[in-house]
Design a protein around this ligand. Sequence first.
Ligand code: ZN
Length: 469
Amino acid sequence: MAYPAPPSTPYSRLWRRLLEPGFEKLRGKRIGEVTALLEQSQSWDLARLQDWQWSQLGKLLAWAKDKVPYYQDWFSQNRLEAREVVEQRDLSLLPLVDRDLVSARPELFRAAPLPAGSIQKNTGGTTGAPMRLKLDPYSNDWRTAVTRRGYGWAGAHNGNRMLMVWSTDLIPPSPQALRKRRLHHLLLRLHNVSYMNILSPADADLVMRSVDRFKPLAIVTYPSAAEVFCQRALDTGWRPRHKPFGVITGAETLFPHQREMLSQVMQCQVFQTYGSREFMLTGCECQAHDGMHVSEENLMLEILDGERPQGPGQLGEVVITDLHNFAQPFIRYRIGDMASWHSWEVCSCGRAHRRLGQVEGKVVDMIQAPDGSKLTGHFFPHLLKDFDAVERYQVVQQNLESVTIRLKLRSRLEDGERDYILNKFREFLPGVEPTIQEVDEVEIAPTGKIRTVIGLGSSSQPKQAGADQ
Ligand SMILES: [Zn+2]
């Protein structure tokens, strides 16, 4: 590789080479074998990566045709054999699906029977439509291994000190679960700072104190959170006593001014990532900082205008096929983001994985209280993901004292559920009174995207950079 390897400590090497693989093998996980493959495939050329994708897709389509009701019907009605889909132009023969379609009849998109050990994940997402998805254990191992590799490019190897400024549980875990998690984090050398409502200046200081005390080699955060604590650092003149190797941003679009603030304050490289709850890490920057490499071993990503594949620099709709989730195959799934390819050239890091350039994805507003404290829009997917009745949501702040939680419901919301939502909000942002409003449809922006949280105006959402998303 053309860039020096990120730093790693003796403990991190011991953890990653010996302890972690041992624990995972005992638990029946196959992360080690995927990690080994992902290590090797970094030197594959694009043709070899694509051969791999087609071989995996063939297995997935054959499985879907055999076990998944929606595809059983589709293949029989369209008289197509899974083995006939063998090259790029054949992909357009397969149907596009989206969250509305899958959420309306989830059982049609799940394998029957589910692979042993399949788990359920609930996603509130930042698209405003909560969804439940099934995941088989091997696919989960793939996601873990892909994330570890991508984060590793930024120095966030397990066992290296890592600070997460991220959202946390709304409901405190049981004491036993908490003890287990603390031990796990201790072994991983992972330190968490909750980013839900730490947005007052005094709370932002907590991030800086954590950086100085914990001395992380890598920091993982939302761009909007970074902007808050970086602004505080710039105002107070704070700089880290120990420079991290990298800051990883995720879950939102990273704007250039946020990247600049982060590198100025933390005095290190900034690595943008792109992902979703449906697919986890989808794209990740390397040390070249020249686009985000797609996790091509795990996902097949298309950028389309209608059914027409877009070339480098042409904005289009992101459509993803997960090559390894056999519990609930996501085949040509319209994730709801727009993006463009960066370039087809091999990156200066030497990896042939294609790179995403611009991603017009998630922009998350904040809700403000009269005393200056703020609540991140990431709070709402966490709050609403477990309510079956909620089909879509949108949160609108009209003034500093009140906020309306608009809900499109698929069934009645029980009184207890309604009170829970209102009280949780009051708990996290005192001083702003929430109201629930049932609506037939939520507001769609001119770009066709639903803005899930509309704040009074956030500096993370500059008007010239996709304010209407
Ligand atoms: Zn690269």
